[in-house]
Design a protein around this ligand. Structure first.
Ligand code: ZN
Length: 483
């Protein structure tokens, strides 16, 4: 089986085929840095973290870009979120952006979310945004009025192809601006002339002003990933109008498809209602971390699929906590048991069970990153290990190593739910070891295919000296085991 991803653009699960073999360009809409992250952000960025981790597990070279919105994100009343917060806190908007960005990364580190490869800031890419506006003006898809520039939505014939929404919805979404200078109510701002009180302002050919929010994601994603790239992710609430506008302006400017796979993660709800800052029913991650281990929060998030809603309750998190404790306990006991296990070759039946389990874990993740299913399989591993330990009849240390590797690959590398510290380091070491062994065995396979039997034998013997046993199957593939 191969990886399939639910693509919002086609509303179906599709086999994943990157634009360039072995490489993946991925962009995810990052936070607007005006206040502390809540569990909704946690769900979003943990979900995309899993996607990046699994793509890397599959040996793709992933370039992961996630922006920081520090300018231009307007509230429904037309006010800039950053400016509003700076007025409340009597601080410079860039001071707030800096403080909140640090706090965001702190929270994500605690949740064991790997940092993006590039975290571009909107305010640091004004030049690129101005260039994009110029391109759209030159093509006649945008127009200037009184120092502001708007995208003319009607000019983009396939507007709505991502969200399935129509221009009429766009009109409703921008009710505040209906009386404005725009040609049509559905048009959206690419560049806004700054009012005198607007601190965040830059010179441009049209006015001293600031970019519209949608613009930054097009400009920054294309700068780092190219005009067409593999994956664009974001929250379901950003599908419309934000992502629809991104598609319209990017494809109008380049004449090429913008994104091949659109991935949207679902929201966190409280008693069935969306959790949001405006409804006041949100819980910040920092508050939650005072009550729960961040890894428990991560595990809680992963127990539902990224495309399902996650209903928040402290009772549910507590239940996740006891589940995760069982995983950790089995993993630790297994590590401790290694020393007392009898040496020798793996038991065929136990090995086959573990191999099947590993295949099931991969199949679950291949199926649109189905983490709840993967976790269910991980619990099967917990049961197997507990059975071994309670029966008092330990299988050989080679079999225990196999089980440990399964824990560390899926619990550690892919799901990221094993604790850090010395054990966490072991997980990273296991990953390096796996990569090196794959490399060595593929070189050996090449030697065998070229009938260079002596080289193949030398590699096998050298590995044996390192207590790594290689077994060759009839189909030309090889497996390896330590011990
Ligand atoms: Zn965005």
């Amino acid at each position: 089986m191969s990886l399939t991803i639910y693509n919002t653009l086609t509303r179906s699960k599709q086999e994943f085929k990157p634009l360039h073999e072995g490489m993946v360009g991925m962009y995810v809409c990052g936070p607007t840095v005006y206040s502390d992250s809540h569990i909704g952000h946690g769900k979003s960025y943990v979900s995309f973290d899993i996607i990046v981790r699994y793509l890397r597990f599959l040996r793709y070279k992933v370039l992961y870009v996630q922006n920081i919105t520090d300018v231009g994100h307007l509230l429904d009343d037309g006010e800039d979120r950053m400016l509003k917060q700076s007025r409340i806190e009597k601080a410079h908007p860039m001071q707030i952006a800096e403080t909140v960005t640090r706090s965001y990364f702190e929270d994500m580190d605690a949740l064991n979310v790997l940092r993006p490869d590039i975290s571009p800031r909107a305010s640091g890419h004004i030049v690129e945004q101005i260039e994009l506006v110029k391109q759209l003006l030159a093509k006649g898809d945008a127009y200037e009025v009184n120092g502001s520039v708007y995208f003319e939505v009607r000019k983009f014939k396939s507007y709505g192809k991502l969200s399935g929404r129509v221009i009429e919805d766009m009109k409703e979404g921008t009710r505040v601006e209906v009386k404005s200078e725009k040609r049509n109510p559905e048009d959206f701002a690419l560049w806004k002339k700054a009012e005198p009180e607007h601190v965040m302002r830059w010179p441009s050919p049209w006015s001293v002003g600031f970019p519209g929010w949608h613009l930054e994601c097009s400009a920054m994603s294309m700068k780092y990933l190219g005009e067409t790239f593999d994956i664009h992710g974001g929250g379901l609430d950003n599908q419309f109008p934000h992502h629809e506008c991104e598609v319209a302006q990017s494809e109008s400017a380049t004449g090429k498809p913008f994104v091949r796979y659109w991935i949207h993660n679902n929201l966190v709800t409280v008693n069935g209602q969306k959790m949001s800052k405006s409804l006041g029913n949100f819980v910040t991650l920092k508050d939650l971390f005072r009550k729960f281990d961040p890894l428990v929060i991560r595990f809680f998030i992963l127990q539902s699929h990224y495309r399902s809603t996650l209903d928040f309750s402290e009772e549910a998190i507590e239940a996740s906590g006891s589940g995760l404790a069982k995983v950790h306990a089995a993993w630790r006991k297994l590590t401790d048991a290694l020393g007392s296990a009898p040496p020798g070759s793996p038991s065929g039946a136990e090995s086959a069970k573990l191999r099947q389990l590993r295949e099931n874990l991969i199949a679950a993740m291949d199926d649109d990153f189905n983490t709840p299913k993967a976790i269910a399989h991980l619990f099967e591993l917990v049961s197997i290990v507990n059975e071994w330990l309670s029966s008092g009849k330990l299988p050989s240390s080679t079999t225990l190593q196999e089980a440990l590797r399964c824990f560390e690959e899926f619990g550690g590398v892919v799901l990221g739910i094993l604790p850090a510290g010395p054990k966490g380091k072991e997980t990273a070491d296991a990953e390096t070891e796996r990569g090196l062994m794959e490399l060595i065995l593929s070189l050996r396979k090449r030697a065998r295919q070229a009938s260079q039997w002596q080289t193949a034998d030398e590699i096998r013997k050298a590995l044996e000296n390192l207590k790594i046993k290689v077994e060759d199957a009839k189909d030309g593939s090889s497996t390896w085991q330590k011990g």
